[in-house]
Design a protein around this ligand. Structure first.
Ligand SMILES: Nc1nc2c(ncn2[C@@H]2O[C@H](COP(=O)(O)OP(=O)(O)O)[C@@H](O)[C@H]2O)c(=O)[nH]1
Ligand SMILES: [Mg+2]
Length: 200
């Protein structure tokens, strides 16, 4: 992949190519955590303290210690090399923020749908959203301690995913693990487009 030059003659300073990746999934599945662990800049987060007003809408089962929520989005950046930067957008988990998704997904390379096997149904809306729009996505199963472990294939079956959609087990708190999920998405998109898989 090539960066572009800032002028028409192609001799000006290089402007790195920017890829946009969305991080989606249900409330409390680890989106903010993942963006924070892989981002090289202090992630821009728009967390707000959860209040009693959300009691009926924000299901805290399994993440009772959670006391903040992302109101607009998380934003992070990874520099692959001088020609390529990846921007991460963590989408808000609650249904009441659906209206933001079309804006956020414009021009995106693809998406990571995070899943928690204790609350697998929470990622159905994200899976449906990307399937309907033909946006490539991978599923990252965030393995919380105490949650029963399932194989990627059983998660694929439970979510009724197409066989080629990658399902990757991960720990959203771990930088290398988070990066591996992003790499699986880039490889998947490259393979769908018939490109050779890029080397990192
Ligand atoms: N044990 C464990 N806790 C996690 C993991 N990922 C996130 N958490 C915690 O789960 C809670 C919800 O994560 P958060 O990233 O805010 O979820 P979001 O709503 O999807 O952005 C936070 O308290 C995190 O510290 C994980 O892999 N393991
Ligand atoms: Mg969040």
């Amino acid at each position: 992949m090539d960066s572009v030059r800032s002028d028409r003659r192609g001799t000006g300073p290089r402007i790195p190519l920017a890829l946009k990746i969305l991080i989606a999934g249900g409330f409390g599945v680890g989106k903010t955590t993942l963006v924070g662990s892989v981002s090289e800049i202090r992630p821009l987060q728009t967390e707000e303290v959860l209040t009693d007003a959300g009691i009926d809408t924000d299901d805290l089962t399994g993440v009772e210690a959670k006391n903040t929520t992302t109101v607009a989005m998380d934003f992070g950046r990874i520099t692959i090399n001088s020609d390529l930067q990846v921007y991460l957008f963590g989408t808000p988990g609650q249904d009441r923020f659906w209206f933001l998704w079309d804006e956020l997904s414009f021009g995106a390379l693809g998406a990571v749908v995070l899943a928690d096997t204790r609350r697998l149904a929470d990622c159905f809306p994200s899976v449906d959203y990307f399937e309907q729009r033909g946006t490539p996505f991978v599923v990252g199963v965030n393995c919380f301690e105490g949650a029963q472990r399932f194989s990627p294939d059983s998660v694929r079956t439970a979510l009724d995913l197409d066989p080629e959609v990658p399902v990757v087990l991960c720990d959203a708190r771990d930088r290398q693990s988070g990066k591996a999920v992003l790499v699986s998405l880039v490889e998947y998109v490259a393979s769908r487009r018939g490109h050779p898989v890029p080397a990192y």
